[in-house]
Design a protein around this ligand. Structure first.
Ligand SMILES: [Zn+2]
Length: 270
């Protein structure tokens, strides 16, 4: 059996423990553990569900507030005190509010995404994080609960410069927080948002709670090598004082699918 890029990346990371962020060196409390993320999406084994509805993402750019470098990634944060930027439809029964988006990426273009499709890695993956505002009062409450979160995952592949992303790239902070406003996150969605896979999973960073309905876009977006290079020029916070490391390989290793079904909104073989 040949080793795919995904397991090559894992082997590489294991051999280079220095590139593991201190966040992962702490003992982790994983609740349950039967529906962890990320996972590999096997196209052949995913099940077409004709009942999956069109996805409705309505984002108000005026709710965009700031970029926060949290030392592991950077988060573009949105005002989620009202229903101004919302996600509904698709596999969701309720209305969810956008609170932030962020990316995961590798040290080169061979890996970086958290999810894979038939074991194929992308150089980066975007996560748009929403919480269930119909059922819960706060993000902090929703994150601990069943059906609390809905995360859209979008793969990034290397190609032409992404005009929408460039506004963000230009603003990427040297410091920990910078003001960043009027950014419409729908510019980062692929053209066909109604072709997606969905499954029940977890956050991929602590607390790793199994609160997430994942919606993974089939179609990647194109960004340039230079745009990803700016991501890689950011710095991790380090456990050791004064040691600065490039912010790269900020993805979690893949988790077993266990007893879960991945549903698709489209028929792969037509
Ligand atoms: Zn993420």
């Amino acid at each position: 059996m040949t080793c795919h890029k995904a397991c090559e990346a894992v082997e590489y990371m294991k051999k280079n423990l220095t590139s593991v962020h201190p966040m992962w060196l702490e003992p982790l409390e994983v609740p349950g553990g039967d529906r962890q993320s990320p996972i590999d999406i096997s196209v052949r084994k995913s099940v077409f569900d004709p009942n999956l509805k069109p996805l409705v993402a309505q984002y108000d750019p005026r709710t965009c507030q700031q970029i926060w470098n949290n030392g592991y990634s950077f988060l573009v944060e949105y005002d989620d005190t009202t229903d101004k930027s919302t996600l509904r439809g698709g596999p969701l029964e309720d209305q969810f509010r956008l609170c932030q988006f962020h990316f995961h990426w590798g040290e080169n273009n061979d890996w970086g995404s958290e999810h894979t499709v038939d074991r194929n890695l992308y150089p980066a993956e975007l996560h748009l994080v929403h919480w269930n505002a119909d059922k819960y009062a706060l993000f902090e409450e929703a994150v601990m609960e069943e059906n609390g979160l809905a995360v859209i995952g979008v793969f990034l592949k290397v190609g032409k410069t992404h005009e929408g992303l460039q506004k963000l790239v230009d603003a990427l902070p040297a410091g920990s927080v910078v003001e960043f406003t009027k950014f419409d996150p729908s510019c980062l969605l692929p053209e066909s948002i109604n072709e997606y896979w969905t499954y029940a999973g977890s956050l991929t960073t602590p607390p790793l709670t199994e609160a997430v309905t994942w919606i993974i876009m089939k179609q990647p977006i194109e960004v340039s090598h230079n745009q990803l290079a700016v991501f890689r020029s950011l710095l991790f916070t380090s456990a050791e004082e004064g040691v600065q490391k490039s912010m790269v390989n900020n993805f979690r290793f893949q988790q077993p699918l266990k007893d879960r079904t991945i549903r698709s909104s489209f028929t792969p073989f037509l």
